[in-house]
Design a binder for this molecule. Structure first.
Ligand SMILES: Nc1nc2c(ncn2[C@@H]2O[C@H](COP(=O)(O)OP(=O)(O)OP(=O)(O)O)[C@@H](O)[C@H]2O)c(=O)[nH]1
Ligand SMILES: [Mg+2]
Length: 446
């Protein structure tokens, strides 16, 4: 935190402009050494025109912006050099900064400083990265909402409720003789904890929606060999991604591709046709297909209109819960042989029939329209969701202990654990290793 750090903040490669960012207490000093003007006398948030020098040689004609602490991204003095784009110029300026006392920033170090200096909390820091990586409009909006601290606010409110409960217990333990304090008994504690649990569970339910918005919807396309799974994938993606032949067992490995649909990313996963086989490679493929079913949000079971339902296919239909199952009867251009007493969509890939309906059905199954209409405050990252689940466990434990008649100071341990876990979500409590892993996923320069 004592060092002044620098990094190229724009993507490496050829471009009109590149930005080299400097942050720290020596930022003005160091850049002044290589810039044609003295930055130490300028006001905050000004833009200066001039030249970058290497001794007497002009390196580039640039615009330099000066932002003084504390109203900056890191809360430290920040200087940004807008140079001409291109690898050579940018690297040369970076070298000069390093020679003059800067240290090269680690991945995400600017944002890490913003966190350590107290300007943003961890959920906000994480949403900076989500914003950079957003693939759809909706993912961008979600990240932006979280960046404004919406998730943090919800977590802090909940933590506040738990603090009240803890304070109440403490007072009772410490001052049992006082008459004018509310006596905490298992009976008075229970409804309060149940309310907290309900809020936490609601948050967890919503976080599933957040994940769908952020990462997209994983849709496995499964079925017997040769029913047309890969042809469907290609049609949905509008490109020849997977190999299609009339040989059963063509697809051996998973083939994936995504399309944007009503603001959601649909990640289609074409799998190897499921059948009993002695072929080693195909066997592995079949195992992968089964795993894909487990991991998927939606499973499209493809059947052939021109074939009777096999025992395998019956099993497959029963294996996938109705909630995430869509049956697509393919090859509607051929004679109907199949009989089926389940709900299904019919179509074929030759004339591209039924595929729009298929996408609509995915949207309906997951209630996607509704997700977007709701208030977009969703926890969406694995770290946060994992902590939330652990906090729920602790509160459930506390409730269980109350039912068992466990002394209140023991129950308090579970409650305190939940309080700490929620604090880790926002970074009110954290471990250094967590910061290292978290920020290492960021770009250099962010
Ligand atoms: N008539 C007709 N043929 C189709 C249709 N869809 C696919 N096919 C044909 O069916 C054969 C198998 O298609 P694929 O898409 O490779 O089938 P798959 O389910 O991926 O097969 P595996 O990868 O072996 O499991 C190919 O010859 C396709 O041209 C369709 O709607 N109608
Ligand atoms: Mg295939």
């Amino acid at each position: 935190m004592e060092d002044t750090i620098c990094a190229i903040a724009t993507a490496p490669g050829i471009g009109a402009i590149s930005i080299i960012r400097v942050s720290g207490k020596d930022a003005l000093n160091i850049v002044s050494k290589i810039f044609s003007k003295d930055l130490k006398k300028v006001q905050s948030h000004t833009l200066l025109y001039g030249y970058i020098y290497d001794q007497d040689e002009v390196v580039d004609e640039v615009l330099v912006s000066v932002m003084l602490a504390p109203k900056t991204y890191t809360t430290e003095d920040i200087v940004e050099i807008n140079s001409h784009g291109g690898i050579n110029t940018t690297n040369k300026i970076l070298e000069l900064l390093l020679e003059n006392g800067c240290r090269l920033a680690e991945a995400g170090e600017f944002t890490k400083r913003a966190f350590l200096n107290g300007r943003i909390d961890l959920t906000e820091a994480e949403s900076v990265n989500d914003l950079i990586n957003a693939k759809t409009d909706e993912a961008r909006k979600l990240a932006l909402n979280n960046l404004k601290g919406r998730v943090s606010k919800d977590i802090r409110n909940l933590r506040g409720k738990i603090t009240d409960i803890m304070a109440n217990i403490e007072v009772n333990i410490d001052y049992p003789e006082y008459e004018d304090i509310e006596v905490v008994t298992n009976e008075t504690l229970l409804p309060k904890l149940e309310e907290v649990l309900k809020d936490l569970q609601e948050m967890l339910k919503n976080s599933y929606n957040g994940r769908l918005i952020k990462e997209g919807i994983n849709i496995a396309i499964v079925g017997s060999p040769n029913v047309g799974k890969s042809s469907i994938l290609n049609r949905l993606l509008d490109e020849d991604k997977a190999i299609v032949t009339d040989i059963a067992g063509t697809t051996r490995d998973i083939v994936e591709g995504s399309v944007n649909f009503n603001g959601f990313l649909l990640n289609f996963i074409d799998t190897a046709g499921i059948r009993d086989t002695d072929d080693v490679v195909e066997k592995i493929g079949v195992e992968k297909s089964k795993k894909a079913i487990d991991k998927a949000d939606i499973v499209i079971i493809v059947l052939n209109n021109n074939q009777e339902l096999s025992a395998y296919e019956k099993e497959l239909i029963d294996l996938v819960p109705f909630k995430k199952r869509i049956i697509f009867v393919n090859k509607s251009d051929l004679n109907n042989v199949l009989t089926l007493d389940k709900e299904y969509i019919i179509g074929n890939t030759i004339e591209a029939k039924g595929l729009d309906l298929l996408k609509e059905e995915i949207s309906k199954k997951l209630n996607l329209g509704n997700i977007l209409e709701q208030d977009m405050t969703y926890m969406s990252n694995v770290r946060q969701i994992d902590l939330l689940k652990k906090a729920i466990k602790e509160i459930e434990n506390a409730i269980l202990n109350i039912h068992k008649g466990t002394p209140i100071d023991i129950v308090e341990i579970d409650i305190t654990n939940a309080w700490n876990l929620l604090g880790e979500i926002t970074g009110d409590t954290y471990k250094d290793e967590l910061l290292d892993t978290l920020f290492s996923n960021f770009c250099i320069g962010k």
